[in-house]
Design a protein around this ligand. Structure first.
Ligand code: GLA
Length: 332
């Protein structure tokens, strides 16, 4: 029997939150924490056990609809429904990612399962398939960032992904800068429905003023009457500009600029997108006042989850170090 092992990393997003939803740029980093699926192909079901879940996921081949499955089986069912493998699989899932912490644990799970089940095709096709599977499994209308970052990660680099063309420009992380993550410890139970509401407001803004990637002057958003829709739009427009600024700051190794961009991003998450929480704002204030910290902000969809920190190498405290790593891979 053919033993297969597939690994897919999680990601931290340096800047560019919700800008994938307007077809704009994002700047995630695939990290050295991720999810491994090991096992053997054969049979007519996909049966996976997990080191984190009490029950196995058992999904027959040939299903069309993941919605009848519970818990993490639904993620497995989403991939089976999209990939339609003709041969089953029996194996184990292990992950070093904290689950539900805004580090793309579900994207990593989906990508690793699709590879283990025999996916063949381009990086872009794999990311799209895993995204569709996740949307169907969770009902969350997520963008493409997490899956594409997991598939296409590059050691030592952030990925400037254009979410319209899906072109990826790797941006080196300057030497002497460490990426850290601090888990806020706040679980994100409301994240799914709140994410959908943020997307609906952003879509409404696009309907009113046209493509938000083309809005250079946030003053143009004044024509949006609804103040909530206006604030959400202002977040993505200013955030999109911050992605461009961060790419320049990384290329120039301008650490003061990096700190300012992260701080402005966090303010925008707090005031305009309203996905931060007072406890997280406090935590970030404490982190950024420590020696050697360049900047910090909430990463991912928000409502809890992880804080990304840029720090001078060797700075004391400020979270767990992660390393920018390569993308998903399979052996066997
Ligand atoms: C989640 C989604 C992504 C992206 C982020 C916010 O992680 O899956 O597509 O929208 O939120 O930047």
């Amino acid at each position: 029997m053919n033993r297969v092992s597939a690994f897919a990393p999680g990601r931290v997003n340096l800047i560019g939150e919700y800008t994938d939803l307007i077809g704009g740029r994002v700047l995630p980093i695939a990290i050295d924490l991720g999810t491994t699926v090991d096992g053997v192909r054969g049979g007519a079901v996909v049966e996976l056990r997990s080191d984190r879940m009490p029950d196995p996921a058992i999904v027959p081949l040939g299903i069309d609809d993941p919605s009848g499955f519970d818990g993490w089986s639904r993620h497995v069912a989403g991939i089976v429904a999209e990939l339609r493998p003709t041969v089953g699989f029996r194996g184990e899932v292990r992950t070093s990612l904290p689950i539900g912490s805004g580090l793309s644990s579900s994207a990593a799970l989906g990508v690793a399962i699709a590879l283990a089940l025999g996916f063949r095709g381009s990086d872009e096709q794999l990311a799209r398939l895993a995204r569709r599977a996740e949307q169907r499994a969770t009902g969350v209308p997520c963008g493409i960032m997490d899956q594409l970052a997991s598939v296409a990660g590059r050691a030592g680099h952030a990925l400037a992904i254009d979410c319209s063309s899906l072109a990826i420009e790797p941006v080196p992380i300057p030497g002497g800068i460490e990426i850290r993550i601090v888990d806020s410890g706040i679980t994100r139970e409301l994240a799914a429905s709140a994410y959908g509401r943020r997307k609906a407001a952003i879509d409404e803004a696009v309907r009113l003023v046209g493509p938000l990637t083309e809005v250079d002057d946030p003053g143009r958003l004044d024509e949006i009457r609804d103040p909530t829709v206006r604030r959400r739009a202002r977040h993505v427009v200013t955030e999109h500009r911050r992605v461009a600024e961060m790419i320049v700051a990384l290329r120039d190794d301008d650490r003061a600029a990096m700190g300012r961009i992260l701080a402005a991003g966090q303010r925008s998450l707090r005031d305009d997108l309203e996905v931060s929480l007072p406890a997280i704002d406090d935590r970030i204030r404490r982190i950024t006042s420590s020696d050697g910290v360049i900047g910090a902000r909430l990463t991912g969809a928000g409502f809890g989850g992880a804080i990304v920190v840029l720090a001078e190498a060797g700075a004391i405290g400020a979270g767990r170090r992660v390393v920018a790593s390569g993308g998903a891979r399979r052996s066997g």
